[in-house]
Design a protein around this ligand. Structure first.
Ligand SMILES: [Zn+2]
Length: 201
């Protein structure tokens, strides 16, 4: 569990989620590998935090903690629903007067949820982390088809509730990785608030 820094530099480089993020930033601008342990990229540290959060979530399950080897896509789905309480995205209920309005004129009592883009990026990071921690690609619960279905439902539901038709936002991927590094949203909550737009296909 502790050795992910050492493991991330080998293998798995074919995975699309991080081909654009690795090695993109040097602390000093120098390309010389003089540090034995260079600081983690934002993506890598985010991934590590996500993994720890998920591990904690499994440990906290009642009546018994869930060992990683028993983790299925059902736990992943429950985890995503659990995270909604920390969300920052207003998703209007069907009965709300502002349902479908992209820019509501007043506050309402509809719940805040995790934005689809945040969940999508989260699943991508955890999917990678799972395999870096020894899980096999075949059994990877984050790669399960049920997760894709769930994410698609969330995307469509949020697009309707907010009146914003979903469009691919590929061009944002790079900018987010580069500019969001300095932003923090409080350390006590799961660090999932930043919007990212990685595509899982
Ligand atoms: Zn509302």
């Amino acid at each position: 569990m502790m050795s992910s820094a050492a493991m991330t530099s080998n293998g798995h480089d074919h995975r699309h989620q991080y081909t654009t993020h690795d090695n993109s930033r040097g602390a000093t601008g120098s390309s010389k590998p003089e540090h034995a342990a260079p600081p983690l990229s934002r993506y890598e540290s985010q991934k590590r935090r996500d993994w720890n959060t998920f591990g904690q979530y499994l440990k906290n399950q009642r009546p018994h903690p869930v060992p990683l080897s028993h983790c299925s896509h059902t736990h992943v789905l429950d985890f995503m629903r659990y995270l909604d309480q920390f969300g920052k995205t207003k998703v209007h209920l069907a009965g709300c007067a502002f349902f479908g309005l992209p820019d509501p004129p007043a506050p309402c009592t509809c719940p805040l949820r995790q934005a689809w883009g945040s969940l999508d990026a989260l699943v991508g990071r955890l999917r990678a982390a799972y395999e870096e921690h020894g899980g096999s690609q075949e059994s990877n619960p984050f790669g399960n088809g049920a997760i894709r279905v769930y994410l698609r439902e969330v995307r469509e539901c949020q697009a309707k509730a907010r009146g914003i038709p979903y469009k691919k936002k590929k061009r944002k991927t790079k900018a987010v990785a580069a500019t969001a590094a300095g932003e923090g949203h409080g350390g006590s909550k799961p660090s999932l608030m930043l919007k990212e737009h990685h595509q899982i296909s």
